[in-house]
Design a protein around this ligand. Structure first.
Ligand code: AMP
Ligand code: ZN
Ligand code: ZN
Length: 358
């Protein structure tokens, strides 16, 4: 990392233990240019450019989609929806099979592929991306996630529900219309079990939930009424961000409307900061919650959070082999840059766009 007047001085590589995910991360600034030069080389295309193909997620094309589960709209005009939650036309798991049909044998290492795979269409119009919505609009999307997770939680065979968003082709998105997805699994993924175990061990050693602890000041990006946004101490990815509830909270789906609106605003702010600093990169976000049926012994140490990962590089041989990520940007440098990058409050402008679209 070349030194400059505005960037932090060079540092030696360092290995940090991610105590939450029980991983080791190598911080190696030598592997990149200084953080302020760290920009996406493949920004997601400009959504305001005219659309050249027909999109099934656009308003008016509902019949080209798999069945709707629910929509968010005003009672006065149900056709003018703002959000639709639909089944995935190409689901990873099937909701239509009996979860206990053969082959259902965890002992033999095989279970029936029962589960849910839904799509959340975040806006009726193609050019509007999630971060273009007003904070309360992003909050409405968060409440749609909650409603759907609660519906899915009624199925006994579902053990874990993953809410996630892919934005941009190199972040895994196949559709450019703003959307996120929900996959409900009949198992608890090993990464989740490992996180629960690591945070429980930390609690047993210290008497504290690791995610309730105040972050180091240098890692903090923003504080809202109910949430903190930080770069984690041992971030796996350059400019990775976490949004963490300030109050101990085990399950994402316990969020209420006030907190969802607040989450919507801070999520929008983080997406805007990331876009501004990193040249509109492809990105993913994931809500890391707790398994639906959680043993009482995990209640004090399990705390949900939302992880945002800008896709600036690909995982290569070393990472695949060792699961040790190499991150070229020290978290405190990334946090300083994200804290300081200024973004305009676009809420008012976008309300006008929505009015014109309608
Ligand atoms: P992504 O691939 O992350 O962009 O997510 C888009 C998802 O939408 C994919 O999982 C597709 O299977 C799904 N999909 C594509 N077309 C349709 C459609 N017409 N109706 C419902 N789901 C769709
Ligand atoms: Zn569209
Ligand atoms: Zn906590």
């Amino acid at each position: 990392m070349a030194a400059s007047n505005s960037s932090p001085s060079p540092r030696n590589p360092e290995l940090r233990n991610d105590k939450i995910n029980n991983k080791w991360i190598i911080f190696s600034p030598a592997r990149s240019k200084r953080p302020s030069d760290f920009k996406s080389k493949s920004p997601v295309s400009d959504p305001t450019q005219p659309q050249t193909h027909v999109c099934p997620f656009c308003i008016g094309h509902e019949h080209e989609c798999a069945p709707e589960i629910f929509r968010v709209c005003d009672d006065s005009d149900p056709n003018r929806w703002r959000i639709r939650v639909i089944q995935n036309l190409y689901p990873a798991l099937s909701r239509d099979i009996n979860p206990h049909d053969p082959p259902d044998s965890l002992e033999c290492g095989v279970i029936t592929g029962f589960g849910f795979h839904d799509v959340v269409i975040e806006s009726p119009t193609h050019p509007i991306h999630l971060s273009d919505l007003p904070g309360s609009g992003v909050g409405e999307v968060v409440m749609a996630y909650k409603k759907r997770v609660l519906q899915i939680a009624a199925f006994d065979s579902v053990k874990y529900v993953q809410v996630f968003k892919n934005h941009g082709a190199s972040a895994g998105a196949s559709m450019s219309h703003s959307h996120s997805q929900i996959i409900a699994l009949p198992i608890v993924p090993p990464s989740v079990s490992s996180r629960l175990k690591a945070t429980k061990e930390y609690f047993e050693k210290t008497g504290r939930c690791i995610l309730c602890e105040a972050p180091q000041k240098e890692l903090l990006i923003h504080e809202s009424k109910h949430f903190l946004s930080v770069v984690p101490y041992a971030a796996s990815y350059a400019f990775e961000m976490w949004i963490i509830p300030r109050q101990h909270s085990i399950h994402f789906h316990d969020i209420d409307k006030d907190k969802a609106d607040d989450l919507g605003s801070i999520l929008k702010l983080m997406l805007k900061k990331m876009a501004s600093q990193l040249n509109y990169p492809p990105y993913n976000f994931m809500i890391h919650t707790s398994p639906l049926h959680l043993d009482n012994s995990y209640l004090s140490s399990s705390h949900w959070f939302l992880q945002i990962v800008p896709q600036l590089s690909v995982l290569a041989g070393f990472e695949i082999a060792t699961e040790c990520h190499i991150n070229p940007v020290f978290p405190e440098d990334a946090a300083m840059i994200l804290r300081e990058v200024h973004v305009e409050d676009t809420d008012n402008i976008l309300r006008e766009i929505h009015v014109e679209d309608g």
